[in-house]
Design a protein around this ligand. Sequence first.
Ligand code: ADP
Ligand code: ASP
Ligand code: MG
Length: 413
Amino acid sequence: MPCLVMKFGGTSVADLDRMERVAQRIGGAVADGHEVIAIVSARAGKTDELADLVVRTSPFYDAREYDAVTSAGENVTSGLVALMLQKKGIPARSWLGWQVPVETTDAHSAARISGIGTSNIRSRFNSGMKAAVVAGFQGVSPENRVTTLGRGGSDTTAVAFAIAFEAVRCDIYTDVDGIYTADPRIVGGARRLERISYEEMLELASLGAKVLQTRSVELAMQHRMPIRVLSSFGNEAGPTSGTIVCDEGEIMERNVVNGIACSRDEAKLTIVSVADRPGIAAAVFGSLAEAGVNVDMIVQNISEEGRTDITFSCPTDQADFAEKALAGVKESGDVNYRALVTDRDVAKVSVVGIGMRSYAGVAGRMFAALAAEGVNIKVIATSEIKISVLVDRKYMELAVRSLHDAFDLETGT
Ligand code: ADP
Ligand code: ASP
Ligand code: MG
């Protein structure tokens, strides 16, 4: 029997009524002759609430306990959805990460899936189970502790299951009906894309378009697993609904820029007046890596009299960890700097498109659009298919909308 993976995000399972609709959808896929693996998230807002309890209890928390707490939201939804399926007479069972097992690394709160044991679920399918309802986001470490895959991690659970069970497709049901040229909550005129390449989606996701977790796209790209993103609130999931994430070669439409992404919660830290000599950057960024800080953009100024400034960005909720790590290297005498200046009110705005590889002038057009709105650019970073800038957070929406206009994304010309 063909296996179908269906993932339902937080708003899709927000309450019992919505879970009932999810159960109906799963029931429909079973009736169509599929063995269904349904991956469910926690109810909307639940993971935030649990993470907040952890931070309020212990600001520099032990990540193992963070995982023990934050993984709990998915336990509830997987059990409830399984019960609803059973009530409909569909043989269904819930599975927590460790029961599958979803084996992961021990990088707590940002673990990576290292393997999925398929034999337990397969043998249940062979003895009549029609739907496995799997708690997304969670796994088990080599030390046998519960791990989580980072925020949005249920997307990655879904793709990993689709690969492991050789599913016909991985359908991601969410609260929008596909992937748009920008977050449709910010840009009213954003346009739904019928298809988007893995590479562009990977950039958009890593630059803040949280519709898919970055790792899920990376995994799908490696294994050429098509992902379909579609609404869990629409009536019918027809063949042209939603957006397919697929190989570049399968896409006819060619635009220079295909999407605008933004990330609200960024912090910018500047290490002021540090010695400009070999080993300093290694000591600074080594200590940040040890503290688990995800450093993003990095800029080093030209040096004056042998001293320089180093600026970098990281997620706002890691700024305290970064400050602590940098105070540590200063105290140990490894890096002597004059001051550390933290700006917690910045956001990152990026334009993405594979067409940029062969088309010049995108940066100029982008900076001109921001200048026309009086938005000051604080840091710039580029890669082959994206340009990102840091701006004051209060200008983020304005910047996204003006770039969407500047690149004519509403009409796609
Ligand atoms: P789920 O709970 O289903 O996992 P998420 O909240 O993680 O859903 O992701 C869906 C959200 O992603 C949408 O509500 C939308 O606001 C946001 N989003 C950001 N960028 C985009 C984009 N380019 N296209 C579609 N949605 C986007
Ligand atoms: N519940 C987790 C989160 O909110 C995982 C997910 O929904 O994808 O991040
Ligand atoms: Mg999500």
